[in-house]
Design a protein around this ligand. Structure first.
Ligand code: XMP
Length: 495
């Protein structure tokens, strides 16, 4: 019944996830017996197969910390200066709570003006130099603040920093929670600090919120107990200097970011990274064909990123006439990568859990997501109100807007003066925290694996390879039938 993957994907058609459907197999285990543990690259194990895209509206330190806390990983974008990107990496490495605020820090001689107008600001901190990396002297809590103090120096009325105000930056959520509960005084925040100075301010309210989400495991940790984090770079000479800063900041894996990775530039960069930083995993791409993959594997990549034009904000296929349907691309690349033990990242085109199941079963070890994670609490940027909906910006890194900030490397081979957009700018509705919706999504993925009789990614790949799993292509009518249909209206809630 149905087709084996080998036959289905060798008929001259380019299929994407929605085109194909698996036939159910046999269930002999409960959903909770499904393990989604996997590898991002040769030496980076993950407990969930989720990676956040290196895009400036998706992954900075807050998203990367949250992805690591979930057991996945975030790849920090490089549409910024090398030192700012390295600061994002340090910020992830310096904390063990998936929370982040930007504390307001002043010197003792400064005066508060309108900082407390923002209701989200719990306190103002006072350090010797007015910068985070200097001695903490005191603080002013929101409850201490009144307009009359506006003209006075902070040193005249701040409260001195006491021992219970500060906790080590490597406290996890549960330790921080019990510390906040034990605080003698009525203070609803604590300062995370390390030897170098202040790391962040965390409020009781934020901790309570995260505690209400599905319980977090131990997350994705490096050998020193810090959260793992990746970073994207390009393939120019200047990226070698950028990489040096990132390595100093503690980056665990580097992604060479290109929409067409099969190039001499990338092959040389892979060799350079492996030669210069043998301990660092390097992920190459993007690729969509077997021969592109073989070239990068021969150059020594530890992981391959697959997808060209499949992203929700991509226009590469329309602009350049190049690309491949994502289901075919993942299957084809994974079939060669698996022979060399190189994990595959299915990048782009994920809108719901069923597509994650398809990507993983077709051979990917992880999925990389942009749009799916954009609009969340952890995505960079502010929410704005658009036609009555709270939204955050989500934009392609090849959009003119992003390229004008510097991301043109990924889409232009040289310093071309004429910029051609390969992506668009849009917005995503407020989806809440990834700490809440990703665990639900993973539970849905486990149910898909159970229907297929696969209790792990390894067993799914085996079932596919042995042709035990059967697939079919869906007609347009079958795709409509498989979605919600024939209702006057309906309310969609994904979990
Ligand atoms: P999703 O579907 O998850 O896709 O939103 C995210 C992936 O899309 C890629 N990307 C782009 N591709 N033009 C493109 O052709 C762009 O401007 C662009 N920006 C991001 C990238 O691989 C990302 O992970």
């Amino acid at each position: 019944d149905g087709f084996g993957a080998k036959k289905l994907f060798n008929q001259g058609f380019s299929y994407t996830y929605d085109d194909v459907i698996f036939l159910p197999h046999y269930i002999d285990f409960p959903t909770d017996a499904v393990s989604l543990s996997t590898k991002l690259s040769r030496n980076i194990p993950l407990s969930i197969p989720c990676v956040s895209s290196p895009m400036d509206t998706v992954t900075e330190s807050h998203m990367a910390a949250a992805m690591a806390a979930l057991g996945g990983i975030g790849i920090v974008h490089y549409n910024t200066t090398p030192s700012a990107q390295a600061a994002f990496i340090r910020s992830v490495k310096s904390r063990r709570v998936p929370l982040q605020s930007s504390p307001i820090i002043f010197s003792p001689d400064s005066r508060i003006v309108n900082e407390f107008d923002d209701p989200a600001v719990p306190c103002v901190l006072v350090t010797q130099s007015g910068k985070p990396n200097s001695k903490l002297l005191g603080y002013v809590a929101r409850s201490d603040w009144s307009g009359e103090k506006q003209g006075a120096k902070l040193s005249d009325y701040m409260r001195p920093a006491d021992e219970s105000l500060v906790v080590p930056s490597n406290y996890d959520l549960y330790k921080l929670d019990s510390h906040l509960k034990q605080q003698e005084r009525e203070r609803d925040f604590a300062v995370l600090a390390e030897e170098g100075g202040v790391v962040d301010v965390v409020t009781k309210e934020d901790v309570e919120k995260v505690k209400g989400y599905p319980k977090l495991g131990k997350g994705t940790l490096s050998s020193d107990g810090s959260w793992m984090v990746g970073a994207a770079i390009g393939t120019r000479d200047s990226d070698k200097e950028r990489l040096e800063l990132l390595v100093k900041a503690g980056v665990d894996v580097v992604v060479l970011d290109s929409s067409q990775g099969n190039s001499i530039y990338q092959i040389e960069m892979i060799k350079y990274v492996k030669r210069t930083y043998p301990q660092l995993d390097v992920i190459g791409g993007n690729v969509v064909t077997m021969s592109q993959a073989q070239n990068l594997i021969a150059a020594g990549v530890d992981g391959l990123r697959v997808g060209m034009g499949s992203g929700s904000i991509c226009t590469t296929q329309e602009v350049c006439a190049v690309g491949r349907g994502q289901a075919t691309a993942v299957y084809k690349v994974a079939s060669v990568a698996s022979q060399s033990g190189v994990p595959v990242i299915a990048d782009g085109g994920i809108q719901y859990s069923g597509q994650i199941v398809k990507a993983l079963v077709l051979g990917a070890s992880t999925v990389m997501m942009g749009g799916f994670l954009a609009g969340s609490t952890e995505a960079p940027g502010q929410y704005v109100n658009k036609d009555g909906t709270r939204v955050k910006k989500y934009r392609g890194m090849g959009s003119l807007e992003a390229m004008s900030k510097g991301s043109d490397q990924r889409y232009l081979g040289d310093k071309s003066k004429l910029k051609i957009a390969q992506g668009v700018v849009g917005a995503m509705p407020d989806k809440g925290s990834v700490l809440e919706f990703v665990p639900y999504t993973m539970q849905a993925v486990k149910q898909g694996f159970q229907d297929l009789g696969a209790s792990s990614l390894h067993s799914a790949h085996e079932l596919l390879r042995s042709q035990t799993l059967r697939l079919e292509v869906r007609t347009g009518a079958a795709i409509s039938e498989g979605g919600v249909h024939s209702l006057h209206s309906f309310v969609k809630k994904s979990f």
